[in-house]
Design a protein around this ligand. Structure first.
Ligand SMILES: Cc1cc2nc3c(=O)[nH]c(=O)nc-3n(C[C@H](O)[C@H](O)[C@H](O)COP(=O)(O)O)c2cc1C
Length: 362
């Protein structure tokens, strides 16, 4: 099967099937309501900087697609909306364009549609190891990228019969590619990144980590559907067994932020409240993919509208937590309950640290 055909299957399955898990870790979190915010809603500034550029609010559309002629329109619609609203955008894996130059425009069209925003390229760690560090420059040039996300998706690869599971030298490939013209973002795709791996990544020169945690799109789930369609019963069972595998996104944010990484919180971020919760846990930015896929098949307007609802809910959450800026929001108290709390405690974190206003606790 070609890379491009597989990508089309992924999009179709994400549009047609239930690809998320039953558990929403963000529901285990609660910001503390302030009846007397002491600020006017109109004074709130949601703006921030990412990769040297200004954003209207700390958000990116996570990388999804490109690589087949039919995906160009989706990418352009996402880019037009991201540019209009003022958020960052990632493209899907550019591997297909390395294999077939004629599909490059399904990626480069993103920069044409969005000249001002940060754009993040994308490649798998296995392809990076094969292609060498120079691949980063090629990918960046193709779309005039501000950074390249190197995705770590060994769960998905393990469920695919054609999956590439040579992970031994991935960290060396990342280290070798960490001083190119644009920075690397290490990125999971739905199973999260632990403190141990965040430390290795930081020691290898990576400063930004997109946690891609558990709680949103399950790539094991997507592969289960694909396997069922071709009657590969064994892989379908594997996909279902590993459907809910991984580190919940809020936990992964804390695991990566505690070692000093600049963190993108993604995996199940489904509203502006989830962005606010992510920032309060220590993320610099949040991202989401799946919620924008269906509107992007129709045009840019639905994507822009969805982004505006994210922005408005973030702004409202900031008003109701008495936080005037994104940096204030970073020290807002946040409570952690249930399974997410247990996960954190067993990993040696004290969730109560987040429940007190951090300014007061110092
Ligand atoms: C249709 C689709 C295609 C995706 N393709 C890629 C990809 O090529 N590279 C990558 O790093 N992540 C890819 N992802 C993963 C997302 O970037 C993101 O990490 C993951 O879906 C979790 O976010 P979500 O729960 O908001 O969807 C894709 C996601 C979707 C929905």
């Amino acid at each position: 099967m070609t890379t491009a055909k597989r990508k089309l299957d992924h999009i179709r399955i994400c549009l047609e099937k239930e690809v998320e898990g039953p558990w929403r870790p963000f529901d285990d979190l609660s910001l503390v309501h302030r009846a007397l915010p002491g600020i006017d809603a109109g004074d709130i500034d949601t703006g921030c900087r990412f990769l040297g550029k200004d954003l209207a609010f700390p958000f990116m559309i996570s990388g999804m697609t490109g690589g087949h002629p039919d995906t160009k329109e989706i990418n352009v619609n996402l880019a037009l909306a991201a540019q209009e609203v003022g958020v960052a955008m990632g493209v899907g894996s550019q591997r297909a364009a390395l294999e077939r130059a004629e599909v490059e425009d399904t990626f480069s069209a993103v920069r044409d549609a969005a000249p001002k925003i940060p754009i993040v390229g994308n490649i798998g760690a296995v392809q990076l190891r094969r292609g060498g560090a120079e691949v980063i420059d090629r990918l960046a040039e193709m779309i005039d990228a501000d950074a390249i996300a190197v995705h770590l998706n060994f769960l998905q690869e393990s469920v695919q019969p054609e999956g590439e599971t040579e992970a031994k030298d991935a960290i060396e490939a990342i280290r070798a590619a960490s001083d190119r013209r644009v920075p690397i973002i290490a990125k999971e795709t739905g199973a999260g990144i632990s403190r141990e791996d965040a430390l290795s990544l930081m020691e290898s020169g990576v400063e930004i980590i997109d946690v891609g945690g558990l709680g949103g799109t399950s790539w094991s789930g997507v592969e289960a559907y694909r396997a069922e369609e071709r009657s590969d019963i064994e892989s379908a069972k594997m996909g279902r067994i590993f459907w809910n595998w991984g580190i919940p996104t809020p936990v992964s944010v804390i695991e990566c932020a505690c070692v000093g990484a600049s963190v993108v919180s993604s995996g199940g971020v489904r509203s502006g409240i989830d962005i606010a919760k992510s920032i309060a846990l220590g993320a610099s930015l949040a991202g989401a993919a799946l919620p924008f896929l269906a509107p992007a098949t129709e045009g840019p307007y639905g994507v822009a509208e969805a982004l505006r609802v994210y922005e408005r809910a973030l702004r409202t959450a900031m008003f109701l937590t008495a936080t005037k800026s994104i940096s204030d929001l970073g020290s807002a108290p946040i409570l952690v309950f249930g399974r997410t709390r247990e996960f954190l405690e067993q990993r040696g974190f004290d969730p109560r640290k987040f429940a007190i206003h951090r300014e007061m606790s110092r």
